[in-house]
Design a protein around this ligand. Sequence first.
Ligand SMILES: NC(=O)c1ccc[n+]([C@@H]2O[C@H](COP(=O)([O-])OP(=O)(O)OC[C@H]3O[C@@H](n4cnc5c(N)ncnc54)[C@H](OP(=O)(O)O)[C@@H]3O)[C@@H](O)[C@H]2O)c1
Length: 306
Amino acid sequence: MEILLSGATGLVGRALCATLEDDGHTVRRMVRNTSPLSPEAIYWDPKNGTLAPEDLEGADAVVHLAGEPIAAGRWTAARKARIRDSRVEGTRLLCERLAACSFPPSALIAASAIGFYGNRGDEILNEGSGAGTGFLSEVCQAWEASTEAASAAGIRVVNLRIGVVLSPAGGAMAKMLPAFKWGLGGTLGGGVPWMSWIHLDDLVGAIIHTLGRADLVGPVNAVAPGAVTNKTFTKTLGRVLGRPTVLPVPSSVLRVLLREMADELLLSSAHVTPERLIASGYDFRFSDLENALGDLLVGKRQGEDG
Ligand SMILES: NC(=O)c1ccc[n+]([C@@H]2O[C@H](COP(=O)([O-])OP(=O)(O)OC[C@H]3O[C@@H](n4cnc5c(N)ncnc54)[C@H](OP(=O)(O)O)[C@@H]3O)[C@@H](O)[C@H]2O)c1
C-alpha cells in the first residue's frame, strides 16, 4: 500500500513508519518543515491552510496523527488555541483536500484520544459511551467532527481514540520515569483515577489492523484491555523499576502547579475498553500492565503476553 502519514516525526509516527516500511509499504510523510524535503515527502502548512490537492492523489490510505503536543507546557490561552486549532483546522484542511481528489484514498485513520470521554470515575466506557465535558473532551469532539468532509466523500474514516501510550521514548511515560527512577514516584489523585494505557507496539499494530479492516468505521478505542487505577499503575511501575513509590502527590499541589492541566490530564479518570478492536479480531500483545512495562523497561519481548 501507499500510505500518507502526518505527524511522522512524533512518538507514534516514527514507530508506525518503521513498521510499515519494514512490512514493504510505501510511506509518504506529510511534513511542515521543508528542510530537508525528501522527494517523496509532501509539504503542508496546516496553520496557513497550505496543502496541494494533487500531492494527495494516488494514496491508498491516510494515517493522520499531527497535532500540537498536549503536555509540552502550561495551558495558556495561546497554547490551548494551538492544541485545538492544529487538530481541528488541520484535520478539516486535510479532509477537504482528500475529498477533492480525483481518486481519493479508501481509508483515513485519524487520531483522537480517550480525552473524548472526560472524567468518568469508575464508569466502564466503550465506543458507544457519550462524550464528557472539559477542554480536552471538547477538542476531541471537534477533532472527530472535522473528519466529516472525508466521510461525506465516501472515504472510510476511523476516529482512533488513543489512550496513554506507553514508551520510554516519549509521551507521559518519558515524563514520569525520572521521578520514579529517583524513588520519588507516587500515586496521583489518591490512586483512584483509572488509567487506560496502550503499549506503543500495540498502538502500531492496532493502526495497521484498522487499515486492513474495511468494516471498521467511526470511533475505535485504542487502549489495552487491562486498564488499571493510578494506584496499580504506580505500584507496578515501581516494582518493575525496583524503586519505592511511597510518596503520594497531593492533588492540591498539582492544581497549584498545573492548574486546569492537573484535573484534565493527571487526575481525570477514564476506564476505557477496546471493544471494537477485540470484536474485529485484533490480538493484543500486551494486555497486562506488568508485562508491558517489563517489555519496555527491562528487556525487549521479555514480558510479552502469552
Ligand atoms: N502519545 C499519547 O499518549 C497519545 C494519547 C492520546 C492521543 N494521542 C494523539 O495521537 C497523535 C500522535 O501522538 P504522538 O504521541 O505521536 O504525538 P507527538 O509525539 O507530539 O507528535 C505529533 C506530531 O504532530 C506534528 N505537530 C506538532 N505540532 C503541530 C502543530 N502545531 N500543527 C500540526 N502538526 C503538529 C509533529 O509532526 P511534524 O513536525 O512532522 O509535522 C509531531 O511530530 C497526536 O495527535 C496525539 O494527540 C497521543
